[in-house]
Ligand binder design. Structure first.
Ligand SMILES: C[S@@+](CC[C@H](N)C(=O)[O-])C[C@H]1O[C@@H](n2cnc3c(N)ncnc32)[C@H](O)[C@@H]1O
Ligand SMILES: [Zn+2]
Length: 283
């Protein structure tokens, strides 16, 4: 019996795809696959067979650096821009199901939930360290440790999928979205943090990356906008956290890091594309 009467209607077993029903602090499918809620309140639905490493996704140092950096709100304009897209797309609608894939420590997901409290937000990341931080940040979101390649949600159950600086996986994305539902993608342009790249690399390649080609025919483009602005970093801790939260920054050698730190403050450019795509009905 479903003793808590709480049914996570969109949740599907990551092993057999049957619906998952919540019994107090356990989720169970009718084939008896069980998943306990972590004491922090998130659900770990990442099955061992789907892990490519013992501890996949961002490591604790990257997660805490990202949290500390994002909490300075330099990237708030991105959260706001997507919040605006969400409220335009979901106007007159409440109870929409929005999943943030690769949500990290939940800065953006949490900003949107606070401004659009009538909608249901889900955050999913393969890193349990990230999801632990996210759970601490906001208890009004259902947080999942899971793989974006095998999301533990029913087919055609989502109204919106957001993918911010995270991996593009067209087929798994199309599977979980309803027909004509919205995919919001954010990807950096060559200009993004160009001042750091100039210090790190001798040769910076111009990126022509455009996800539309990879998304076709499963998705069609609705709109694309460039969000670009400059911001100044004047503390060593903010700069080091920004470096540590990205794989590129983690590789920077000591001498280059020193030259950046001794030349503070530094003006940096934030530059991303925000793409809105619609799932094509037949996919
Ligand atoms: C660059 S971070 C972006 C985090 C967040 N969206 C943000 O912008 O602050 C990429 C995130 O994707 C997660 N990730 C990597 N591979 C993943 C996968 N296969 N499924 C789900 N999450 C994944 C990482 O753990 C990390 O938290
Ligand atoms: Zn199952």
């Amino acid at each position: 019996m479903n003793d808590s009467n709480l049914c996570h209607s969109i949740l599907a077993c990551p092993i057999c795809k049957e619906p998952l029903i919540q019994y107090s602090s356990v989720l169970r499918c009718n084939r008896n696959h069980c998943f306990d809620r972590a004491k922090q309140g998130y659900w770990n639905l990442l099955v061992v067979q789907q892990k490519k490493s013992k501890d996949p996704g961002d490591n604790p140092e990257m997660v805490s650096s990202r949290r500390e950096f994002l909490d300075l709100d330099y990237y708030l304009p991105l959260a706001d821009a997507i919040g605006t897209v969400l409220s335009q797309q979901l106007r007159n609608k409440s109870g929409a199901t929005i999943l943030d894939m690769g949500c990290g420590e939940g800065y953006y997901t949490s900003q949107w939930q606070q401004s659009l409290a009538a909608q249901h937000f889900w955050g999913l990341d393969i890193s349990k360290h990230a999801i632990k931080e996210a759970t601490r940040r906001n208890q009004d979101i259902t947080w999942l440790v899971a793989s974006g390649a095998n999301m533990p949600v029913a087919d055609q159950s989502l109204d919106v999928l957001t993918v911010i600086f995270s991996r593009l996986m067209p087929q798994p994305f199309a599977k979980v979205l309803k027909d004509k539902a919205l995919l919001i993608l954010v990807w950096p342009t060559t200009q993004h943090l160009i001042q750091l790249k100039q210090v790190m690399y001798d040769d910076i390649k111009e990126s022509q990356y455009n996800p539309s080609a990879d998304l076709e025919p499963l998705f069609s483009v609705i709109s694309q906008q460039l969000l670009e602005f400059d911001f100044n970093i004047d503390t060593e801790s903010a700069l080091l956290n920004l470096l540590k939260m990205t794989p590129h920054g983690q590789k920077i050698n000591h001498q280059k890091k020193l030259s950046l730190v001794t030349n503070l403050p530094i003006k940096l450019t934030f530059s991303v594309n925000i793409g809105c795509f619609s799932k094509t009905a037949a996919s």
